[in-house]
Design a protein around this ligand. Sequence first.
Ligand SMILES: *Cc1c(COP(=O)(O)O)cnc(C)c1O
Length: 375
Amino acid sequence: MIPILDSKRQYAQIGAEIEKEVTEVLRSGSYILGKHNKALEEEMAQFIGVNYSVALNSGTDALHLALRALDIGAGDEVITVAFTFVATTEAVGIVGAKPVFVDIDKDTFNIDPMKIEAAITPKTKAIIPVHLYGQPCDMDIIMDVAKRHNLYVIEDCCQAIGALYKGKMVGSFGDINCFSFYPTKNLGAMGDGGLCTTNNEQLKNRLTALRNHGGAVRYYHDEIGVNSRLDEVQAAILRVKLNYIKEWNEKRRKNAYFYNELLADCADVQTPSELDNTYCVYHQYTVKVPNRDEVHKLLQENGIGAMLYYPVPLHLQKVHEYLGVGAGSLPSTEDNTKSVVSLPMFPELTEDEQRTVASTLIDCIQKSKSPVCQA
Ligand SMILES: *Cc1c(COP(=O)(O)O)cnc(C)c1O
């Protein structure tokens, strides 16, 4: 079995270092908003190239609190994609705003920047570009549209920590930008975690208050907040792992390019394309194949932990029925949800495993074409 992700291999590399740091936290008696939190916020701000970062309990909270900090709520519209994890639009719903879906570019899997302008109405307050699978969105066009229409930009960087667009880190373009440290992400905690980045001091202060019951001073509360603090154990773990993220992302890229090579001669497989002048960090390695559902099933039966991200686009999920965005309205999004499959991808994946994945994929596609010959 070759899994989509094997976290144990990473732990084998850095476990001793983590255990030392965690033990120190456990013995220290300081478990919430302590020195590791502060240090992680400084280190992340420096890593991303922004003035501030605010550590939180999840990527979902990062998106939710970013919207709150920008005073986006009932009656407002937020432009984003339907080809993403549900948390992106869930956050919009939590604050009472309405997600407005723009179709994706069928090759990059990201928001089609040329289609944003047509979706803008007088109610539009923000754009949430999602850097899906670790591939940066076309930020020049997005920032330009946002500027001309006076809209906020909230980057969803949950899958793209360390990715670069024209030499600049994702998470440094928008007004507030959101990261997740869910264990399977490129920089994963050993529990939940998230973070917002911003260059704006007032927004940093607002986020810091919102995450801790809506007040900057203990027991003085200015507005309704939440409890979304990142605990010290997770912050300490993340600080250890942050030292490795560049190396791990490099390995993911190397693996992606090796897959590209292995699959280059198979006309049925569309390998990922990259925008020029970007550094993709391959949170997922996602290809498009014919007979996707059958191929996916065969891959699983043959010991390849292939996954579907995402099988149902968000506009066709029950939770968004109320929006009335029917089937057929986002053609590239809908086509892609029917043709994508993500292959095992993590830094420690070996070349031998990749060869097995690639040859099994090619076999499965062949088999899917001639089901009668299978027996
Ligand atoms: C993981 C993810 C989130 C949510 O992050 P959590 O930490 O799981 O709450 C949001 N958006 C995208 C694109 C994600 O991949």
